[in-house]
Design a protein around this ligand. Structure first.
Ligand code: NAD
Ligand code: DAU
Length: 339
C-alpha cells in the first residue's frame, strides 16, 4: 500500500504520518508539501530517516508536477491535508485560500481519476457547517447539517468538499470526507489559540482573547483525529462524510485559564482585544456516525491532552523558537498591534 499525504509538513499531516508509519509497518508514505510558512521540514526529520517515507516539495496547485508524481509513484490512497488553514489570515487575504483549498483539491482529484487511485480522502473541517448559537447547547453538527460557511477559509473548505463529493457522483471516484473539530497537540503552529497561549505565556507576553472569550470550540487531541482518519480510509464507505469530534466543548476563556494554571502563570496576562470579524460562536460535533459505523471514540481527555501538549512545548523549544522569529514577528504585529 502506498499513500500520498499532502500537507504532511504541517500540524495534523505530520502527526498523521507518524501515526501511519508506526501503525502500518508495511505501508510506504510519500509527503507532498509546498513548505509554506506553516510547513516545517524539521517536523519530519525523524520520518526522513525511515526508508518507507519520502518527502517531495511541491504545490498541489501545480498540475504538471502533481501528475508527474502520480505517474511515477502509483498511489493507492491519497489523503489531502494540504490547505491554508488559519481563519484570521483568510480574513486579511482570501485569494490564496481559494487557490490552494479549492483549485489544489481539484488538481488532486483529477490526478486520482487519471491514475486510478482507489481512495481519495479529503480532510475537511466542522467550520463548513457555520456556527451554533451559544444559548442552544442541545444543538450539534451532524453530517446532514447544511453547509453554511462564515469565513473565506471555511467557504473555501466547503467549496472543496462539494467538489470532492461531485467527483464521486459524476465520475464515480471513490472519495471520503471527514469533518473534524479543533485539534490540539504537538507541532501546532503558534498562530493558533492553544500554542499561541503557551508560547506567549513562556515569554510572559499578554494573551489576546477575542471579544468576550465566550466563544466555544470543541477540542480534540490530534492523535485521536489521526486514528479516526486511519479508520475512514480503511473502512469508510465511498461517497460518505464522517464527522470527527469528542464532545469536548470549552469556552475560549476557560481554555486560556487552564493553560495559565498548567504553566503557573498569572491571569493578569489575559487581554481582551477586538473580536474576529464574523467570529463563529460555537462549534459542536455529533460523532455518532463514525462511532456507530467505524467504532471510533476519542481516547485522550482534554485535561490530559493539555498537560501533554504543554509539556511538549516545554521540551521542544527549539522547534517553536525558530518559528516565532522572522516572518512571524511581522504577522503578529499586523494582527495584534492596536487591536
Ligand atoms: P497547517 O496550516 O498546520 O498545515 C498545512 C500544510 O499544508 C503545511 O505544511 C503547508 O506547507 C501545506 N500547504 C499549504 N499550501 C500548500 C500547497 N498549495 N501545496 C502543498 N502543500 C501546501 O494545517 P493543519 O492545522 O495541520 O490542518 C490540516 C488540514 O486539516 C487542513 O485541511 C485543515 O483545513 C484541516 N483541519 C484542521 C483543523 C485544526 O484544528 N487545525 C481541524 C479540522 C480540520
Ligand atoms: O474547527 C476546526 C478549525 O479549527 C480548523 O478548520 C482550522 O483550520 C483551525 O485553525 C481552527 O479554527 P479556529 O478559528 O477555531 O482556531 P483558532 O486557534 O484560530 O481560534 C480558536 C478560538 O480562539 C477562536 O474562537 C478564536 C479565538 N482566538 C484565537 C486566537 C489566534 C483568540 O481569542 N485569540 C487568538 O489570538
Amino acid at each position: 500500500m502506498k499513500i500520498l499525504v499532502t500537507g504532511g509538513a504541517g500540524f495534523i499531516g505530520s502527526n498523521f504520518i507518524y501515526h501511519m508509519l508506526s501503525e502500518h509497518p508495511d505501508y510506504d508514505i510519500v509527503c507532498l508539501d509546498a513548505l509554506t510558512y506553516a510547513g516545517n521540514l524539521h517536523t519530519l526529520e525523524p520520518a526522513l530517516k525511515n526508508s518507507r517515507f519520502k518527502f517531495v516539495k511541491g504545490d498541489i496547485t501545480d498540475r504538471n508536477a502533481v501528475f508527474e508524481l502520480f505517474k511515477n509513484e502509483k498511489f493507492d490512497t491519497v489523503v489531502n491535508f494540504a490547505a491554508e488553514s488559519h481563519v484570521d489570515r483568510s480574513i486579511n487575504d482570501p485569494a490564496i485560500f481559494l487557490s490552494t483549498n479549492v483549485m489544489g483539491t481539484q488538481v488532486l482529484l483529477d490526478a486520482c481519476r487519471e491514475f486510478g487511485v482507489s481512495r481519495f480522502h479529503q480532510i475537511s473541517t466542522d467550520e463548513v457547517y457555520g456556527d451554533l448559537p451559544l444559548d442552544r447547547p442541545d444543538l450539534f453538527f451532524t453530517e446532514e447539517t447544511p453547509i453554511h460557511a462564515s469565513s473565506p477559509y471555511s467557504a473555501s473548505k466547503a467549496g472543496a468538499d462539494l467538489l470532492v463529493l461531485a467527483y464521486y457522483r459524476t465520475y464515480g471516484l471513490p472519495v471520503t470526507v471527514s469533518r473534524c473539530s479543533n485539534n490540539y497537540g504537538p507541532y501546532h503552529f503558534p498562530e493558533k489559540l492553544i500554542p499561541l497561549i503557551i508560547v506567549n505565556l513562556l515569554h510572559d507576553k499578554p494573551i489576546p482573547v477575542y471579544g468576550t472569550g465566550e466563544n466555544i470550540r470543541d477540542w480534540l487531541y490530534v492523535e485521536d483525529h489521526c486514528k479516526a482518519v486511519d479508520l475512514v480510509i480503511h473502512k469508510g464507505t465511498p461517497g460518505e462524510v464522517y464527522n470527527i469530534g469528542g464532545h469536548n466543548e470549552m469556552k475560549n476563556i476557560d481554555v486560556v485559564k487552564l493553560v495559565i494554571s498548567e504553566l503557573g502563570k498569572s491571569e493578569d496576562l489575559i487581554t481582551y482585544v477586538k473580536d474576529r470579524a464574523g467570529h463563529d460562536k460555537r462549534y459542536a460535533i455529533d460523532p455518532t456516525k463514525i462511532h456507530r459505523e467505524l467504532g471510533w471514540s476519542p481516547e485522550v481527555k482534554f485535561k490530559d491532552g493539555i498537560k501533554k501538549t504543554v509539556q511538549w512545548y516545554l521540551d521542544n523549544r527549539e522547534w517553536w523558537e525558530d518559528l516565532i522569529s522572522g516572518e512571524y514577528i511581522n504577522y503578529y504585529e499586523k494582527m495584534y498591534k492596536n487591536r
